[in-house]
Design a binder for this molecule. Structure first.
Ligand code: NAP
Length: 522
């Protein structure tokens, strides 16, 4: 069986031993193996810092943007192959694979375009030089340059394409080399993309390294100027943040962790109205796309008590109509979970939630559209309703990472917003309402507890990318449990990879420096 190699210290290197098997979650067959055992991680980081870092820092923003453009070209040319890998290794339907792969390519193109607008500068300044006292001879200014380390990107299993590039595009544009560590189970797609980009020689030597397999002692070799950007579960995020070397070296860390995202049906929305349909459509999309394995997927559905029954009926009908099964069948809308271990985890999670909620739709009793359903990691959509929304607590604590959501009824808007806040910080929550007063109140009440808040009504239907879609122009991240991090947000995202210094000096010198620097939004 093919063993995928690691790209470290400027060469493809095989890990030792048999490694970990990558499986097809539909058929249960082995696709490839990965191993990073025995790979010298200290040397890999050192090489990326010395060779990749120096090469990238020698380029202007516009030149780095051209690199991204070339990367996007390579990925676009190989798109069809990537779709097949996503189908095999992640159990993706065409829609799931497109969300990940086209999302990745679109993000790289977006940052290529933004980078071009920054021009030939290599420096960033905040504002203009300013006098520090009554005597203007000595002035001050804030300048930023790329950090001199390497960006370690640790990614989750659900977005092997987008997860790689949404971080790498920003890092490379900022001038910082990347060492990517995808989640092992679905790393074939990441590996293939890195392989293709490397073969095409569109990036400078050392700008992109890849570790496929376990994390090993990677974090024991982080340096002061390195950054770590982590996406995954809250438990692993805590290990990364609390890693002794990370703490000792004050390494900059960004975490995107799990999240119990909510959607709120406004009190103004009548059953059968256009907005009612918008909410139903949104929930169906969130539970079917990637089989609900999106960090941003809706987990909690808040409905006015008087509407909850009608909403549950509408959701049951819509979820019951979703074909579940082999993603190679064009009619299938919900593929398998990425691994059998995930499937078992979801089943346990549903049982946990069911101690405080009633299962009101159980797709698991419907037939699975696959030749050998028993081989696949299938879980059909499940909808629960909290028995008592005021006292239920597990629904605000347990992230069931699959096609599962729970309805909570509320009596007053204040109660709805308090329930949203009980998620202890989420990536995104949405509101469906045609009442601007309620929508405004909801935005202000929910924004402190969410990285993103989206308001939907009938007028936004055609423009709506979906509650769970992360847009490169908007900040992605969330407070508290969601990891407390921020990524993307257009050029804002570059700050994570830049080192800012206060510069004091003679006015003429500072003005000259300022003239050669570009600016970024804060
Ligand atoms: P995970 O188990 O936490 O793993 C995430 C990554 O961390 C993987 O690459 C994993 O490698 C690596 N890892 C494992 N142990 C580590 C350690 N001790 N130190 C450093 N890294 C370590 O998460 P997952 O199961 O892949 O992903 C699902 C979770 O990610 C869900 O909770 C979901 O909500 C969250 N997620 C969040 C976002 C977001 O943007 N906020 C996006 C996607 C997913 P191995 O695979 O080799 O174990």
């Amino acid at each position: 069986m093919k063993k995928l190699e690691n790209l470290v210290s400027g060469a493809w290197q095989a890990g030792a031993g048999d490694g970990q098997a990558l499986l097809d979650p539909t058929l249960g067959t082995e696709l490839a193996r990965v191993s990073a055992e025995g790979i010298d991680r200290a040397a890999a980081l050192d090489y990326a810092r010395r060779v990749g870092g120096a090469a990238l820092r020698g380029l202007s923003f516009a030149a780095r943007a051209k690199l991204l453009d070339a990367v996007a070209g390579v990925l676009t040319a190989r798109r069809a192959a990537y779709i097949e890998i996503a189908r095999a290794n992640s159990g993706n339907t065409d829609a799931d694979a497109s969300f990940d792969i086209d999302g990745a390519i679109g993000t790289v193109r977006y940052f290529a375009k933004l980078g071009a607008s920054l021009g030939e500068s290599t420096l960033v300044r905040e504002g203009e030089p300013f006098a520090l006292s009554k005597n203007p001879a000595l002035q001050g200014m804030h300048l930023a340059q790329p950090r001199q380390g390497v960006a370690i990107h640790i990614n989750a299993f659900n977005f092997p394409a987008w997860g790689l590039w949404e971080k790498a595009a920003v890092s490379l544009l900022a001038g910082v080399p990347v060492l990517a560590k995808p989640a092992a189970a679905t790393s074939w797609l990441t590996w293939q993309m890195v392989y293709d980009v490397t073969e095409a020689k569109v990036l400078p030597e050392g700008a992109l390294s890849l570790l496929v397999g376990g994390i090993g002692d990677l974090l024991s070799h982080v340096g002061d100027a390195d950054v770590v950007s982590f996406t995954g579960s809250a438990d692993t995020a805590a290990l990364v943040r609390g890693h002794r070397r990370v703490v000792e070296r004050n390494v900059r860390v960004n975490c995107e962790a799990d999240s119990l995202n909510a959607i709120v049906l406004g009190p103004d929305v009548a059953a059968g109205s256009a907005e009612f349909g918008v909410l139903v459509q949104e929930v169906v999309r969130e539970l079917s796309l990637k089989a609900g394995q999106k960090c941003t997927a809706i987990r909690r559905i808040l409905a006015p008590r008087a509407r909850a029954g009608e909403l549950i009926d509408a959701l049951r009908a819509a979820l019951g109509a979703l074909p579940v099964g082999d993603p190679r069948r064009p009619e299938v809308k919900v593929g398998p979970l990425v691994t059998h271990a995930q499937r078992d985890d979801i089943q346990r999670g549903i049982a946990t939630l069911a101690t405080e909620a009633e299962i009101v739709h159980d797709g698991r009793s419907a037939p699975i559209l696959a030749e050998r359903p028993e081989l696949g990691a299938f879980v059909a959509p499940v909808l629960l309703a909290a028995k008592d929304s005021a006292t239920a607590s597990l629904v605000h604590e347990v992230e069931v990472f699959g096609p599962v959501a729970t309805v909570l009824s509320y009596d007053t808007p204040a109660e709805a917003f308090a329930l949203v806040a009980r998620g202890r910080g989420s990536l995104v929550s949405s509101v469906v309402s045609a009442d601007p007063a309620f929508a405004r109140e909801a935005i202000l009440a929910m924004a402190p507890y969410n990285g993103r808040v989206m308001v939907l009504d009938d007028s936004t239907k055609k423009a709506n990318p979906g509650h769970g879609a992360v847009l490169a122009s908007l900040i992605h991240g969330g407070p508290g449990r969601a990891g407390g991090g921020e990524e993307l947000g257009g050029l804002r995202g570059l700050w994570f990879y830049l080192q800012r210094a206060a510069i004091q000096g003679p006015e003429a010198l500072l003005r000259e420096l300022a003239a050669s620097a570009t600016t970024l939004p804060l």
